[in-house]
Design a protein around this ligand. Structure first.
Ligand SMILES: *Cc1c(COP(=O)(O)O)cnc(C)c1O
Length: 489
């Protein structure tokens, strides 16, 4: 049932604001400005407060409940980072200001570049890409430029494991390159026989997600990287899952040539609803000159205790990927987060993220089959169809909402039928994990005893099961002036 709009609640003559007493001479508004028919709703302040507060409570977020949406790292974002991002010196600086007038902003970006390089084990980092997917595209363009400079223009194949996130093949298509899918083996690793067969002088790169979207660490990673490098290809790391590794191991040291970081996942920035994100890119020594600019560099000659910074674009840079300097507000949050935790804190977080995910896998695996049942990293994938039942992962997910939990990621990765991808993150305590496991247990019982209860779920939420395709295709819009609804589609 739709909530009435403020326009429907409007009663002529009600008023919600008290204007201050006039302290200047009264004068009439210019013609056309004062209109009686402006269509604004008329409500008392309390009506407005109740209306919008009620609407806000229909939302679900990490701040209201457990949100195990696999691959998305919906961890709790400490509020201090929000406060810092709102400091006027950061929030009110303008991207067109001369860099000399915002030395603090440059210092922050420089330090963040260096910290990310250190965490990932890379020679240099560009903060340009505005999201993980854009980091992928950036990397593909850089790798193409690298090969082109060597006269190797026939390298158009990008090897992508079948467990990969959909953005990997999408970025590849956007770069005008060809996708060659590599199957997974029975342990959830890249099938090395298939990889070996694919490695030739048409290979531009392998896109390697580490740990992969099954939540598994590539067991023969050194061999995988050697195979690709051996045929002259490059290895790109999809670093969206760094929440398992930050502070523990540095992918660059394994020989990865490039990797993007998802600041909005691993380094705590709210990212429900699609943004703003940030997907900085780390590069090894041989690719750093191709990074998109501008990058912040330390000015040579400045005193050690009074460093000065400037923007600079690497020699062979592929150019800009983003307007201005990237999503600066995200940089402030991630900088504060890394600084607050330090190396030891980041490492502890990774350990706890991995521990939490393994705890849940073992608690749930008797009820929900886990196809690749081995030690996982920060997430794992089970099947949302308890043994002997024919409910679907979607039904389990919808029923979970009645228990007050956000559903896990559904039907991804594609290689696991009825996939539920569960990422608890390090910020959840044991009681929450136990409550979630208990809810999953009740749902597994219902799946056998009263499956209809699942198929018609959710029952307790403000709206029932939605037609998600219709909801996206046929948007219902509310005209801000008249309050009338319009259906698009
Ligand atoms: C989230 C994610 C991406 C894409 O990152 P965006 O910032 O959403 O563009 C790529 N790969 C994996 C494994 C991811 O989880």
């Amino acid at each position: 049932m739709a909530e009435p709009t403020v326009y429907e609640l409007s009663v002529a003559g009600r008023q919600g604001v008290d204007l201050p007493l006039l302290d200047v001479p009264e004068s009439p508004l210019p013609d056309g400005l004062a209109r009686a028919d402006n269509g604004l709703p008329e409500l008392a302040q309390l009506d407005v407060v109740r209306h919008f507060l009620a609407l806000s409570q229909r939302n679900f977020g990490v701040d209201t409940g457990f949100y195990p949406l696999g691959s998305c790292t919906m961890k709790y974002n400490p509020k201090i980072t929000e406060e810092l991002a709102r400091l006027p010196g950061f929030a009110r600086s303008h991207p067109l200001q001369p860099p000399e007038t915002v030395p603090g902003n440059l210092a922050l970006m420089h330090q963040l570049q260096q910290w990310l390089a250190e965490i990932g084990g890379f020679a240099a980092v560009s903060l340009q890409p505005a999201a993980g997917a854009q980091g992928e595209l950036t990397a593909l363009l850089m790798m193409r430029a690298y090969h082109a400079e060597r006269g190797e223009t026939g390298r158009n194949q990008v090897l992508i494991p079948d467990a990969a996130h959909g953005t990997n093949p999408a970025s590849t298509a956007m770069a005008g390159l060809d996708v060659l899918e590599i199957p997974s083996d029975s342990r959830g690793n890249i099938d090395r026989q298939a990889l070996r067969a694919a490695c030739d002088d048409t290979v531009l790169a392998l896109m390697l997600t580490l740990p992969n979207t099954l939540g598994l660490f590539e067991e023969e990673i050194a061999e995988v990287i050697d195979l690709v490098h051996g045929c002259g290809g490059l290895v790109y790391g999809d670093g969206a899952n760094m929440n398992a590794l930050a502070g523990v191991m540095r992918p660059g040291e394994l020989g990865l040539d490039l990797m993007h970081y998802n600041l909005h996942k691993t380094f705590a920035t709210p990212h429900g609803g699609g943004g703003p994100g940030s997907g900085p890119l780390g590069a090894s020594d041989r690719l750093r000159d191709y990074l998109p600019g501008p990058i912040v560099v330390a000015k040579p000659g400045a005193a050690l205790e009074a460093p000065e910074y400037a923007f600079s674009t690497p020699d062979k840079s592929i150019g800009r990927m983003c307007t201005y300097f990237g999503n600066f507000g995200v940089f402030v949050r991630s900088h504060a987060y890394i600084r607050m935790l330090g190396a030891a804190g980041l490492r502890d977080n990774s350990y706890h993220a991995v521990l939490n995910a393994n705890y849940l896998r073992v608690k749930l695996r008797e009820l929900y089959p886990v196809p690749f049942d081995r030690l996982n990293m920060h997430e794992f994938v089970c099947q949302g169809r308890p043994e002997g039942s024919d409910v679907r992962a979607l039904d389990v997910s919808k029923r979970l909402m009645d228990f007050g939990f956000h559903p896990p990621t559904n039907y991804f990765p594609l290689i696991v039928p009825e996939a539920l991808m569960i990422e608890p993150t390090e910020t959840e305590n044991k009681e929450t994990l136990d409550a979630f496991a208990a809810a999953m247990g009740s749902i597994a019982e219902e799946a056998l005893a009263t499956p209809e209860r699942l198929r018609t779920a959710p029952h307790e939420t403000p709206v029932r099961r939605l037609d998600e395709v219709q909801a996206a295709r046929q948007l219902v819009l509310i005209d801000p002036v008249t309050g009338r609804t319009a259906v698009e589609g």
